[in-house]
Ligand binder design. Structure first.
Ligand SMILES: Cc1ncc(COP(=O)(O)O)c(C=O)c1O
Length: 337
C-alpha cells in the first residue's frame, strides 16, 4: 500500500519520487537531514505560516529569518530578494552551511514558484517548497509539490485530504528519495541483522494509513469541487483573501476591517456553535522566535489581526453554509458587501 501510495502521490505532484512518512513535519525534517542543515546555515521562510515550516531547522540550531507576505498571503518577492541578497553578502567567505529558502503555499495558494526559483538560483540558495497545505493546487498549470529542489505535502487530519496523520517528501532525485526512505526507517543497512552506519528516524508511513490515502486520492477531484463551492459561497458574501489562480481552496479567509471586527465575527460564530480559527499568527511575533531577523512583517500582522479562517470542510452542506452566512452579517466593517 505504501509503495502504491508513493507512486500515486509522486504522479499527483509531477515528481519522480515520493517518500511517504508519518507527517509533513517528518518530511521537512528528512529534508533538513539531507541538506545537513546546522547552525551555520541561513534558513529563510515566510513569516505567515505554521511553525512546522521552520521547526526542523530550528531543532538543528539554524535561527530562521522571516519574510513578509503580500496582500494575497504569498511571499513578498521584493523582500525575499533582499533577504537572499543580504544572506549571500553576509556569508561571503564562509565555507560551511548554505542558504535555504523554505517557501510556503499558504492555505493552498501557490506562490510564484518560477520567480522564487530564479531568485534562489541567482543568490545560490536552495529552494525547498513546503506545499503541506497545497495538495491538489497548481501554479502556472504545474502541480503544487513540483517546485524546488524538493517539496513536502501534509496529510494531517485538517488538510484537503488526509490519512489522519501523514506526509510525503517529493523529489526528482533518486539519491534524495533513497536516503530519505532509508532514514525514515532507522537507517537500517541491508544486512540479515540490524546494522546501522548512521542514526535514522522512525518516520515511515504505515500500510494502513497509505490505504486510507489511496481511497482519499480517488476522492480528490470531488474534494476540490466542494472546496471551490465553499469559496464561491463565501466570496459572494464577504471580503476574502484575494484568489490566486490554481489554489485548492483549503481554507477561506474572511477579511474584516479591524481586529474588533474579527473578534465580533469569531464571537458570533462561537455563539452559534460554529468553529472558526484565527489566521496563522506570524512567526516573527511568536515569543520563541523573538529576536529573529524579519523583513517587513506589517502585512502578515494585518492579516492576522483582521482575518478569520471560515469553516471550509468538504462535508459542509448548503444548510451548514446558510447557518454560517447568517453569522457573517453586517458588522459595520469592510467585511460587509
Ligand atoms: C505550512 C505547513 N507546514 C508544515 C505542516 C506540518 O504538517 P504535519 O501536521 O503533517 O506535520 C503544516 C500542517 O500541519 C503546515 O500547514
Amino acid at each position: 500500500m505504501v509503495d502504491e501510495f508513493e507512486r500515486r502521490i509522486a504522479a499527483l505532484a509531477g515528481r519522480r519520487f515520493a517518500v511517504a512518512v508519518s507527517s509533513g513535519t517528518a518530511a521537512i525534517d528528512l529534508l533538513m537531514s539531507e541538506l545537513g542543515v546546522d547552525p551555520s546555515w541561513t534558513v529563510i521562510a515566510p513569516t505567515l505560516t505554521f511553525i512546522a515550516t521552520v521547526g526542523p531547522a530550528w531543532h538543528r540550531g539554524a535561527k530562521p529569518v522571516f519574510v513578509d507576505c503580500d496582500a494575497s498571503g504569498c511571499v513578498d518577492l521584493t523582500l525575499l530578494a533582499k533577504a537572499l541578497s543580504d544572506a549571500r553578502r553576509e556569508r561571503r567567505g564562509t565555507k560551511s552551511g548554505g542558504i535555504l529558502y523554505i517557501g510556503v503555499d499558504l492555505y493552498g495558494r501557490c506562490c510564484d514558484h518560477g520567480a522564487i526559483a530564479a531568485l534562489c538560483r541567482r543568490h545560490g540558495a536552495v529552494f525547498v517548497n513546503d506545499a503541506a497545505e497545497a495538495v491538489g493546487a497548481t501554479w502556472n498549470g504545474l502541480p503544487s509539490g513540483s517546485a524546488g529542489f524538493a517539496s513536502v505535502y501534509s496529510f494531517n487530519g485538517n488538510k484537503i485530504f488526509t490519512t489522519s496523520g501523514g506526509g510525503a517528501l517529493l523529489t526528482d532525485d533518486p539519491g534524495v528519495a533513497e536516503r530519505a526512505r532509508k532514514r525514515s526507517q532507522q537507517s537500517r543497512e541491508p544486512f540479515p541483522w540490524y546494522q546501522h552506519e548512521e542514526v535514522g528516524y522512525n518516520y515511515r508511513m504505515s500500510n494502513i494509513l497509505a490505504s486510507v490515502g489511496l481511497a482519499q486520492l480517488a476522492k480528490l477531484p470531488r474534494i476540490l469541487k466542494a472546496r471551490a463551492r465553499n469559496r464561491a459561497f463565501y466570496a459572494a458574501r464577504c471580503r476574502t483573501l484575494p484568489s490566486v489562480e490554481g489554489e485548492n481552496n483549503w481554507l477561506t479567509v474572511a477579511l474584516l476591517g479591524s481586529s474588533a471586527g474579527r473578534d465580533a465575527l469569531l464571537s458570533r460564530l462561537a455563539a452559534a456553535n460554529i468553529e472558526a480559527r484565527h489566521v496563522w499568527k506570524p512567526l516573527h511575533l511568536q515569543p520563541v522566535f523573538a529576536g529573529c531577523r524579519t523583513y517587513g512583517g506589517a502585512v502578515a500582522e494585518r492579516l492576522f489581526e483582521t482575518g478569520v479562517c471560515l469553516p471550509s470542510g468538504t462535508g459542509l452542506t448548503s444548510a451548514d453554509r446558510r447557518r454560517i452566512a447568517a453569522c457573517l452579517g453586517d458588522d459595520g466593517t469592510e467585511s460587509a458587501r
